[in-house]
Ligand binder design. Structure first.
Ligand code: GLU
Length: 476
């Protein structure tokens, strides 16, 4: 029986959780779920200068927002340095590694000479077979892997296929620096082994590392995990992803008003496919996800597609679900002070909930939804936008409003249905097209030329506020 699947996400906390990292995390999470395994989280914080606590929190927050959970505590790579050193020492004992006493100056001179001779810069193995008794006094050694000089190292990658690296191109890499700190290459191997990782899914910028890491696994006598190196995400034009094209932190997507479920769906489709399906629930994704269906060529990030998908998710969301997403979005929204303040009153939250089904139909993002909710909380008399102004200037729009004020005042029970009935009856009796009545009404009630369905607006605002807003704009 094969061992249960263990994947890991291993971000370096030197910045926010960017969109590529989020996708890597998602793929690891999906794969673990698909095969009843678990995903672990390892923070690769060995670069002490560039790793920050703020970045760690941003990564954890981003994953949590996306709904990607991990098993147990996040593991700090830095905290495991002693174990990494122990592994390097064990390789010396096995004769698979050696101490290298070359000074930085010596190594620089070596590389310069190689460059001058048109050779690629590579460690020349000068301490590989030397007796440690020749060690110069006062020089602290690094530990290097005694890598094979002939043959090749093969990665059977689940995405890239068979990738072959001639060993002569992989020199004796440093495992432990002369200051005793482990290198990234060693730390990753030891951690993945100790954490029981069975599948490594990460960006294909790590493919060459995979060859070097394979040599370390072999030297330590450990099984090499299954590898899957996924192509990076490109911009819509096929070039490297730029900020403008979406190379942003996950928190930027949150602030732009995307739903976590839509993000998961969109990110899954960035590289992975399941037939012609574009929209799938998280359950479907975890039921279908596999590494073999990840494409070999870079996927292209497309904001328009994400936006449309998000609009779909918003329309499909239930009111409670959407309210929960909106509530967690609101603190991160820009220019939403008015709405935030207004929503502090629980009665207003109720009103907002009632308005949601109407609001979500027109919004592709939560930002648009927040914007279109403005009619709920603006104070009378409403300022008119340009389109609303035009609607009110048209023909006898203000006279129509005065008439409608009369008709609506007479409505018994106030609801979308009863107000619609009154407006329709008025239009029919006066031979007016319904739009000619509805458009000035829209302007008066929302201050805008576009809004949710006008009868929903009437119902949400209630009798008193609706009539007052109509009176504000009606001919006297
Ligand atoms: N820390 C590496 C990165 O953020 C990932 C290393 C790995 O997945 O093996 O690119």
């Amino acid at each position: 029986m094969s061992s249960p699947v263990v994947t890991r996400f291993a971000p370096s906390p030197t910045g926010y959780l960017h969109i590529g990292g989020a996708r890597t995390a998602l793929f690891n999470w999906l794969y673990a779920r698909r095969f009843g395994g678990k995903m672990l989280l390892r923070i690769e914080d060995t670069d002490r200068e560039r790793s920050t606590d703020a970045a760690i929190s941003a990564i954890l927050d981003g994953l949590t927002w996306l709904g990607l959970d991990w098993e147990g505590e996040a593991i700090s790579q830095f905290a495991r340095a002693a174990r990494h050193r122990e592994a390097a020492e064990s390789l010396i004992e096995k004769g698979m590694a050696y101490r290298c006493y070359a000074t930085p100056e010596e190594l620089t001179a070596m590389r310069e000479e190689q460059r001058a001779n048109g050779l690629p810069p590579r460690y020349d193995g000068r301490w590989r077979d030397r007796d440690p008794s020749e060690a110069p006094a006062g020089v602290k050694p690094a530990i290097r892997l005694k890598a094979p000089v002939d043959g090749e190292t093969v990665i059977e990658d689940r995405v890239q296929g068979r990738v072959v690296f001639p060993n002569k191109d992989l020199d004796d890499l440093v495992l432990l620096r002369s200051d005793g700190t482990p290198t990234y290459m060693l730390a990753v191997v030891v951690d993945d082994h100790d954490m029981g990782v069975t599948h490594i899914v990460r960006g294909d910028d790590h493919l060459t590392n995979a060859a070097r890491q394979t040599l370390i696994y072999q030297a330590l006598g450990w099984d090499v995990p299954v590898m899957a190196h996924i192509p990076l995400i490109h911009g819509p034009d096929g070039a490297k992803l730029s900020k403008r094209h979406g190379a942003l932190g996950v928190e930027a997507y949150r602030a732009m008003g995307y739903l976590p479920a839509a993000m998961r769906n969109y990110l899954a489709r960035l590289g992975w496919s399941h037939g012609d399906d574009e929209i799938f629930s998280t359950d479907e994704m975890t039921g279908w996800f596999d590494l073999d269906a990840i494409g070999k060529s870079p996927s292209r990030f497309d904001f328009k597609k994400l936006e449309n998908l998000n609009g779909h998710y918003m329309r499909a969301a239930g009111t409670d679900e959407l309210l929960a997403d909106f509530t967690s979005f609101l603190p991160h929204a820009e220019n939403a002070e008015g709405l935030r303040t207004w929503l502090q009153d629980p009665a207003h939250v109720e009103m907002f909930r009632t308005a949601l089904p109407g609001l979500k139909e027109r919004a592709k993002t939560l930002v648009e939804l927040a914007d279109s909710a403005e009619y709920l909380w603006v104070q009378r008399p409403l300022a008119m936008d340009e389109k609303a102004e035009k609607l009110l200037e048209a023909d006898d729009a203000r006279k129509v409003l005065a008439d409608l004020h009369g008709r609506l005042s007479a409505v018994g029970t106030w609801s979308a249905e009863t107000t619609e009935e009154a407006v329709r009856a008025y239009a029919e009796e006066t031979g007016l097209k319904l739009g000619k009545a509805a458009q000035p009404l829209r302007a008066a009630l929302t201050g805008r030329g576009t809004s949710p369905g006008i009868f929903d607006v009437l119902a949400v605002l209630g009798r008193e506020e609706s009539l007052a807003r109509i009176a504000d704009q009606a001919a006297r």
